[in-house]
Design a protein around this ligand. Sequence first.
Ligand SMILES: Cc1cc2nc3c(=O)[nH]c(=O)nc-3n(C[C@H](O)[C@H](O)[C@H](O)COP(=O)(O)O)c2cc1C
Length: 321
Amino acid sequence: MALRTKLTELFGIAHPVVLAPMGAATGGKLAAAVARAGGLGLIGAGYGDADWLAREFDLAGDARVGVGFITWSLAGKPRLLDLALARSPVAVMLSFGDPTPFAAAIKGAGAKLICQVQSVAQAREAAQAGADLIVAQGSEAGGHGASRGTLALVPAVVDAVAPIPVAAAGGIADGRGLAAALMLGAAGALMGTLFYATEECLASPAAKRRLVHAGGDDTLRTTVFDIARGYDWPAPYTGRAIGNDFTRRWHGREGELARVASAERERYAKAAAAGDVETAVVFAGEGIDLIHEIVPAEQVVTRLVAEAEACLAGVAAVRAP
Ligand SMILES: Cc1cc2nc3c(=O)[nH]c(=O)nc-3n(C[C@H](O)[C@H](O)[C@H](O)COP(=O)(O)O)c2cc1C
């Protein structure tokens, strides 16, 4: 049984599996590996560094990949979007902010527009902006996001934006999650945390080990890492990360942290450069309970799809008379 959906049709790919554009972690090699395995791979441009982005597109080689930006940080950096569009990406994903100012350029360049949203209202705005695919991201997700849970948000977004296809995101880390996303009416799933634990992911070995050994109970949504890194994230966004010494010290004392930010920023930057994961952030979603090893990305895609197919076949068997 092949999992054919509106998402696989839209991108001409084999599996309804999308690699999240995790800033600085999802480089060209990982995006290309997912594309070659039959999914959609998106390079994570994050806050946007032109040289980094050019290098990662080069590393993707001839694989058909896309790219994802943090929308609010793209404002004032039009050159960065031009640079990406010049590489003929299969898709551009915009998250965290109004996609409208960028939609015409993206679609005009022949790329599909993917918008990641955290509420039904944002999903309607993305549909209005011309999104070809809408990612409904629940609060279980690793990295930045908002407050609604995946289980209720996904079908509500599916209903609100039909017939535009929707991908589910947030807490999906095995084939059961992918199958559940399809049962909710999504046309596929976008996953970040699961692909963080791959050989091709650009995160440090220490960060990957941390993710593999921690559980969902160890994660929390917080703004302390953004304050320490000097990123001015707008409301309502917080980031889900694995708790560490830094969160134990500062989470809940954000005002105080902001007051000593310049000193803490220096300490934080040094620790991050040294790979100290007790201070530096490891963004990860609640799905880490299900992740036990670091493997090649192709293996992740193959296993995910086989598990989802088995789950759905099981459901069909249960329903058979
Ligand atoms: C380490 C990490 C970094 C992320 N960075 C970004 C980013 O730069 N831009 C973005 O749109 N989403 C980012 N995300 C969120 C993903 O797009 C996606 O919503 C999330 O990974 C889905 O939930 P999951 O982690 O449970 O699979 C990041 C997620 C993780 C885990």
